[in-house]
Design a protein around this ligand. Structure first.
Ligand code: TXA
Ligand code: MG
Length: 324
């Protein structure tokens, strides 16, 4: 395949300038946020955004998140209810995406919404993402910078492994601090509805907003099959969840005090039992074990507590384990 020559850009003023130049020409540049790496393009440029779908092999019915540098810029794009503004005040910049009706004249390429009347917007917290957004001076559409359906990238190396030759550049900011995608929150009237658990916990949202309806998880679900779990975030190997110990030949992904530590095919998400550390390690550990297994066989995964970030970790594991 003879696609673009993918260049790695350093986390410097020069790297950012080069990234901006590529984006202004309608190019595709991956950049680090605190959640995962995003694959950025000018959100106002229909042709550039179409390139994102092509590079990822992403179905055109799956809308994109638009990233902006501050809440004011977000408020100019979408019409948020009062609780949406409260969520923005409490959690932006940060790992939260808000979904609301797009404003007329927002100037965002329609293809970003994939036909929906709503638009998803987020203000990331990673300094390099904010530097890039400010230098670019406009909105960037950016899904996770992986091939569609695969595990999200938490380092520039992960991006390079899958997208070299398909995109123009990667801004290398090292590893992502949170390691799980943003929490996505929509609204029914003024009632917050959780569309995807992520880097901001439901507990933290409810402390600010009051009750959050948890029935709304619609991510990547076929329109006529509500609640159906589809395969996503998936390594090549199969996953066996909430396992007590590995069976013969299985790789092991542990959490907390772990009898399997030290075996060749074993990693631990957080020996000390921290859900924050486990979230940061999840995707990289899945990739490493998948590589060791050559994309075949099974990874047995220890139970993860269903609290705090554990909800988002268990959501990603369930999707990775879903029938392909
Ligand atoms: O942390 C993140 O959110 C990362 C970083 C790069 O920002 N982005 C990310 O994007 O995870 P992506 O495309 O991999 O996942 C975004 C999800 C998709 O499942 C999409 O269906 C959903 O957001 N989404 C986008 N626009 C939506 C809308 N208008 N209504 C409902 N869901 C929407
Ligand atoms: Mg994704």
């Amino acid at each position: 395949m003879s696609g673009p020559n993918t260049i790695r850009l350093g986390p410097t003023e020069r790297g950012i300038r080069a990234g901006v130049a590529l984006l202004r020409r309608g190019g595709l540049v991956a950049f680090p946020t605190e959640t995962v790496y995003g694959l950025g393009a000018d959100a106002r440029d229909e042709r550039a955004v179409a390139g994102i779908y092509r590079a990822k092999g992403r179905p055109s019915r799956n809308p994109l998140i638009v990233h902006v540098a501050d809440a004011e810029a977000a408020f100019a794009l979408i019409d948020l209810p009062e609780k949406g503004r409260a969520a923005a005040a409490a959690f932006w910049p940060g790992p939260l995406t808000l979904v609301a009706p797009v404003r007329e004249g927002a100037g965002i390429a329609a293809i970003c919404r994939a036909g929906a009347p709503t638009l998803a917007v987020r203000v990331p917290a990673a300094p390099l993402a904010l530097d890039l957004l400010r230098a670019f001076g406009g909105p960037l559409a950016a899904p996770s910078a992986n091939l569609s359906g695969q595990v999200s990238p938490t380092s520039a190396d992960h991006v390079m492994e899958e997208l070299t030759g398909r995109i123009d550049g990667v801004l290398d900011g090292g590893e992502c601090a949170v390691g799980l995608e943003s929490t996505i929150l929509g609204f029914e009237d003024d009632m917050p509805v959780l569309l995807r658990p992520g880097g901001v916990t439901v507990e933290a949202l409810e402390a600010v907003l009051g009750p959050v309806r948890a029935l709304g998880i619609v991510e990547d679900v076929a329109p006529n099959a509500p609640g159906q779990m589809t395969s996503h975030y998936a390594p090549g190997a199969a996953l066996r969840l909430a396992a007590v110990e590995p069976r013969l030949g299985e790789a092991w992904l542990g959490f907390g005090a772990d009898p399997q530590r030290g075996s060749a095919l074993s990693l631990n998400l957080s020996p000390e039992g921290s859900l924050e550390v486990a979230a940061a390690n999840l995707f990289a550990h899945l990739r490493t074990l998948d590589t060791l297994l050559d994309g075949k066989g099974t990874i047995a995964v220890a139970p993860i507590p269903a609290e705090g970030l554990g909800h988002a970790i268990n959501d990603r594991l369930a999707r990775a384990a879903a029938p392909r």
